[in-house]
Design a protein around this ligand. Structure first.
Ligand code: HEC
Ligand code: HEC
Ligand code: HEC
Ligand code: HEC
Length: 121
């Protein structure tokens, strides 16, 4: 048989454990990775505004349509692999971006393909 004081004590322990759990969860759960809303590419030809979030949400594109990945399903910066100057095997960062952005716009027949439609600023 459980006596009243024991029951109260058990309830108290439970409450303490629950609060500890909630606090720990709030304090230590890893934050969701924040995907960029928009990205401004600075370069010599004129700044390019890229609406990252609109591209993924409104145009229904898959992350991996752009973040092609040879190792896993994570999204990395293009420049982690594509450097300023490329070679026969590895396109430069600018070539990689031009081919991806303009290539898809041309394929879909939607989105800018002319230089000054992207390099607007
Ligand atoms: C239309 C092409 C495109 C799509 C679709 C896309 N991204 Fe991106 N994303 C980019 C480009 C371009 C960059 C900038 C990369 C750079 O500066 O090297 C970028 C940057 C990022 C970054 C910042 C990387 C860093 O380390 O700073 C994250 C995170 C990211 N994207 C996540 C996502 C996720 C998640 C999705 C799907 C929901 C997604 N992206 C869909 C093109 C795209
Ligand atoms: C983990 C490394 C890595 C990352 C990150 C990466 N790439 Fe690449 N990319 C490669 C390699 C390696 C090649 C060359 C081999 C191939 O075609 O798969 C390549 C080739 C390309 C090509 C030429 C494809 C073809 O078929 O000729 C384009 C375009 C490209 N990348 C665009 C991008 C863009 C845009 C991003 C960022 C959103 C990006 N890459 C991020 C490794 C990477
Ligand atoms: C996989 C396909 C795809 C890729 C890759 C892509 N886009 Fe687009 N983009 C679209 C579509 C679809 C539209 C919508 C056009 C419309 O509705 O008129 C668009 C529209 C745009 C527009 C005009 C409207 C807006 O949202 O700002 C700009 C600017 C643009 N894209 C820039 C870029 C840049 C810069 C890149 C490369 C970093 C890129 N896009 C890569 C599919 C793509
Ligand atoms: C769909 C959008 C888009 C179109 C269309 C486009 N560009 Fe770009 N361009 C970009 C982006 C994004 C970058 C930024 C690359 C980076 O940050 O490395 C860029 C970079 C450049 C650079 C800078 C290279 C450097 O090393 O700083 C030059 C030059 C350039 N573009 C010229 C052109 C010319 C010429 C055309 C027309 C034939 C053109 N672009 C069409 C998106 C576009």
């Amino acid at each position: 048989m459980t006596s009243q004081p024991h029951l109260k004590f058990a309830v108290l322990i439970m409450a303490v454990l629950m609060i500890t759990g909630i606090v720990c969860y709030a304090a230590f759960s890893p934050p969701e990775p924040a995907d960029p809303v928009r990205i401004m590419f600075q370069n010599d030809a004129g700044k390019v505004l890229f609406t990252h979030q609109i591209h993924t949400e409104d145009y229904y594109l898959d992350c991996l349509d752009c973040h092609h990945n040879i190792y896993d399903d994570e999204t990395y910066n293009c420049s982690d692999c594509h450097e300023e100057t490329g070679d026969d095997y590895m396109p430069s960062r600018t070539d990689a971006l031009h081919e991806t952005c303009i290539g898809c716009h041309a394929d879909y027949g939607a989105g800018p393909v002319d230089c000054n439609a992207c390099h607007v600023l």
